[in-house]
Design a protein around this ligand. Structure first.
Ligand code: GUN
Length: 302
């Protein structure tokens, strides 16, 4: 068997074309075009590239983007004050703080400061809660992109065994929840999982987001499985690779995503979709009622 290679660049481009049409409709009705604020703290080279790509994609579809760079040693309160200004800014419909943040930062505190109504990354507790109970407004962009790729290829999810490798808040956990909402049987593996292969071999659909090159070898994959590689790793010779042995696994799988050119472009396109959806919500005055929600309350430790 030779896998069909899922072309994330092409699917992402078709979503961007739809984004342009949606923005044209907003503007034609006299609305403010969507605006996205992107905050980068420090000078992590990978984050610089991601932020540049996100801003370029915004320009391509007609989203206004505003970039805020802070040095790595900035005081956390300065960033919080900046976010609060953006929460009140009517030009801004989405606020994204690029992760990771420097180790001195309390990430949960930063993410809770972003208005749930502008949380286009879907990382705010309110949106995470929405994801758990179903019907979230802003699905996190990477798992949202994976779901779109599976839907684009008309790969059914209902009743399928899906194994997600990686349990991060950004990809693995929200991915598992979204797949559960589509009635898949989901297992989550992580760095402490014993004998990973005994799980992966059962997968009809394998989603890998572990950040380890060559973690998934052909003998760990069932013949005919769908393999989605979310990993982005740079090898010693500067090459970008995923978490899956692409050449080997492509001979066994029915579908596979390449790295680069698979999930990566979808993440950026879904950020554009969430930003436009946020702008449309603001224009419909359809915001969350957070009257009794107190984001500044610290969460009690169990
Ligand atoms: N760092 C890696 N992925 C992401 C993402 O989806 N959003 C943000 N804000 N930071 C990231």
């Amino acid at each position: 068997m030779t896998a069909k290679i899922i072309d994330g660049i092409a699917v992402a481009a078709s979503i961007r074309a739809e984004c342009r049409d949606r923005i044209a409709q907003i503007v034609a009705k006299g609305g403010t075009p969507p605006g996205l604020a992107v905050i980068l703290v420090g000078s992590d080279p990978a984050s610089q590239v991601y932020v540049r790509n996100k801003m370029r994609a915004c320009a391509e579809v007609g989203i206004r983007s505003y970039r805020f760079d802070y040095p790595a040693d900035v005081d956390q309160q300065t960033v919080i004050d900046g976010i609060e200004e953006l929460n009140a800014d009517p030009k801004v419909h989405g606020i994204l703080v690029q992760l990771p943040l420097p180790p001195s930062f309390d990430i949960a505190r930063i993410l809770r400061t972003i208005s749930a109504d502008k949380d286009v990354d879907g990382f705010h507790l309110y949106n995470v809660g929405g994801l758990v109970v179903g019907g979230t407004v802003f699905p996190p962009c990477t798992p949202y992109g994976v779901l779109k790729l599976l839907q684009h290829e008309k790969i059914p999810l209902e009743g399928k065994n899906v194994v997600v490798v990686g349990a991060s808040n950004i990809v693995g956990k929200p991915m598992a929840l979204m797949l559960m909402h589509h009635e898949a049987t989901v297992s989550i593996c992580h760095a402490k999982t014993k004998d990973l292969a005994q799980f992966t071999i059962l997968a009809d659909i394998l989603v890998v987001a572990a950040g380890k090159p060559n973690l998934i070898l052909p003998q760990m994959v069932r013949t005919g499985a769908v393999v989605i590689d979310v990993g982005i790793n740079r090898t010693a010779d500067g090459k970008l690779v995923g978490d899956v042995d692409f050449e080997g696994v492509a001979k066994k799988a029915s579908y596979i995503t390449p790295v680069p050119g698979g999930v990566g472009p979808m993440t950026v396109s879904m950020l554009l979709v969430n930003t436009i959806a946020s702008c449309e919500r603001w224009q419909r005055h359809e915001l969350f009622d957070l009257t009794n929600y107190r984001p500044r309350l610290e969460i009690a430790q169990p």
